[in-house]
Design a protein around this ligand. Structure first.
Ligand SMILES: Nc1nc2c(c(=O)[nH]1)N[C@H]1C(S)=C(S)[C@@H](COP(=O)(O)O)O[C@H]1N2
Ligand SMILES: [Mo]
Length: 543
């Protein structure tokens, strides 16, 4: 009996290990809640989950990231954060269980995770201050102390004799010896108040974080875009077909695809925003304010954007009417010459406030196409998600080599001497958009009625233009589709084909031909390194 009792003290029983695990979970939750609160005072991006998540995004192999974008779409970031929280929860439970036997080790473990969070926060590319470590450090210290105290209650003798402390210690009297030799009341009190305080800290931190960036919001609300000196030509009436199910010719801002690495959307105040232009061969380096850009000649252009991660038939393509300043003019003003006129720099690297780097060919942005620093999207200031206050847009180049959002710096350099973000991760240095087409309707596995069925969709070959779209039913001959009017060669083009559908299963396939005569290839390639190719097919069952 004596031996058994001794054993109980040294080797805590499962109920107590479970309470230890609960303590670990509480300590973990308290750490994150406190970190959230401190991050509200420092900056939202310094919160450990955001920092570790950002580091995870950067460290994720290109293939996995591409897979995540394809499968979770814009929810990829939510999935990532939930994943991190799930891993943390498991670790916290384990540390808590361990702490029942090794109290200091458990607490040290919490500090270790705080250290990882702090390291991630200060090494993020958008971190400029060691204060970014504070949320993780303060959170971890609070969590470690809490775990130490809670587990202490589990192993300390009860503060009051059984009977005096009421139901709390009487409850377990007849059961397993969990209630013996530990401060049940102290534990419940400490755990309960810690949980309540954490919920409060977390909630306050959350709402403070959410209300940050008021200056940016105000600057955006106040912004009235001047009417452009060089307006876009009106969109031809017949550029948009009236076929149910086809993508609208202009993609509304709210529906526009979003692809970026930012876990927290940067909120940049236009009144303090600056753009620096410098680097190799820049004879007159300059810094521009938002007002400097507003005072320049503004151009308005319809340009279709495409993501290199868009698989054949995928959704990461959208068309908008942009307002901005001509990038080539601004570069020329700084004394930049394209390589074809003897300029020493062939790569233009844009940097964003969140540390993204994007490299574009200087030759392309200065060859007369409407490469621009965009301030407006479909008649509105850029939405925060799409790069407010200023982003780059270059017709004909995939977004990852051209469309830097939240831009703050342009450096002229060479492709040989610098690899930007995506290139470091296995994507191509140069990536013109491939000629592609997509069937929007009928949808895959649709069951249309026999008779005339409209097959319709979009085709794009930005800056070359679409000249022909053909559709094939099963293994039949290619039939030329009706092309909608072309807006510009920088925009996608709608097409349609009335089909006399007969009952049974059918495979519909589309291919486009661009104005240089290139027929969309049937050779299927992956999105990495320079964009997917192949024909889009849709299988339907006609009833
Ligand atoms: N700062 C920043 N800019 C960025 C990115 C990013 O991750 N960060 N992603 C690029 C990619 S891959 C694409 S396809 C376009 C997408 O622009 P959108 O989200 O406005 O559609 O933005 C580009 N600009
Ligand atoms: Mo992209």
């Amino acid at each position: 009996m004596r031996d058994e009792e001794k054993d109980q003290r040294v080797r805590p029983g499962w109920p107590r290990v479970a309470l230890g695990a609960l303590s670990g979970a509480l300590a973990g939750f308290a750490s994150l809640a406190v970190a959230e609160l401190v991050a509200a005072a420092v900056r939202p991006q310094s919160s450990p989950v955001i920092a570790v998540g950002g580091a995870a995004i950067d460290a994720t192999p290109a293939a996995v990231k591409d897979w995540a974008i394809r499968h979770f779409g814009t929810n990829d970031k939510l999935v990532l954060q939930l994943g991190i929280l799930a891993v943390l929860a498991v670790l916290a439970l384990a540390l808590g269980g361990l702490a029942v036997r090794f109290r200091r080790v458990g607490a040290a473990g919490v500090l270790l995770f705080g250290g990882i969070g702090a390291a991630a926060a200060v090494s993020r590319p958008d971190s400029s201050s060691l204060t970014d470590a504070l949320p993780s450090v303060v959170g971890a210290v609070v969590g470690a102390l809490l775990l130490y105290v809670l587990v202490g209650r589990l192993t300390a003798p009860a503060r009051s004799k059984a009977g005096e402390s009421g139901s709390l210690s009487e409850e377990g009297a007849g059961g397993p010896p969990v209630s013996e030799g530990w401060d049940r009341r102290g534990f419940v009190l400490a755990a309960g108040s810690a949980a309540a305080a954490s919920v409060a800290a977390g909630a306050v931190g959350r709402s403070l974080n959410a209300s940050r960036g008021q200056g940016a919001v105000t600057s955006r609300n106040k912004l009235v875009l001047p009417s452009p000196q060089s307006p876009a030509q009106p969109i031809p009436v017949r550029a948009g077909l009236r076929v149910p199910g086809i993508s609208s010719f202009v993609t509304p801002n709210a529906d526009f695809y979003r692809v970026d690495t930012a876990l927290v959307v940067p909120k940049v105040d236009a009144t303090t925003w600056r753009l620096r232009v410098h680097g190799k061969g820049v004879q007159h380096p300059r810094t521009y304010s938002f007002d400097d850009l507003l005072r320049r000649e503004l151009i308005e252009r319809d340009i279709t954007l495409t993501c290199v991660s868009n698989e054949v038939g995928g959704p990461y393509v959208g068309n908008a009417r942009w307002i901005g300043v001509r990038l080539a003019d601004l570069l020329a003003e700084c004394g930049v010459k394209p390589p074809s006129r003897g300029g020493p720099a062939d790569q233009l690297v844009s940097r964003s406030v969140d540390g993204m780097t994007i490299g574009s060919p200087v030759e392309d942005v200065m060859d007369g196409r409407d490469a621009m620093l965009a301030l407006g999207m479909n008649g509105r200031p850029l939405p925060f998600e799409h790069g407010f206050p200023v982003r780059m847009v270059v017709p004909g180049l995939y977004g990852f080599v051209s469309a830097c959002k939240w831009i703050k710096d342009i450096e002229l350099t060479t492709f040989d001497s610098y690899d930007p973000y995506w290139v470091k991760r296995g994507w191509a240095r140069r990536a013109p958009i491939k000629t592609e087409s997509r069937i929007d309707t009928p949808k895959p596995f649709a069951r249309p009625k026999a008779g005339t069925v409209m097959i319709a969709g979009v085709a794009w070959a930005q800056h070359r233009g679409i000249d022909k779209v053909e559709v094939r039913i099963d293994d039949g001959p290619w039939q030329e589709a009706d092309l909608a009017a072309e807006d510009t060669r920088d925009t996608w083009r709608q097409w349609s084909l009335p089909w006399r559908a007969t009952t049974g299963g059918h495979t519909l396939t589309v291919r486009a031909t661009d104005r240089t005569g290139v027929v969309q290839t049937d050779k299927r390639t992956r999105t990495i390194p320079d964009g997917a190719s192949g024909w889009h097919s849709v299988v339907v069952t006609v009833e």
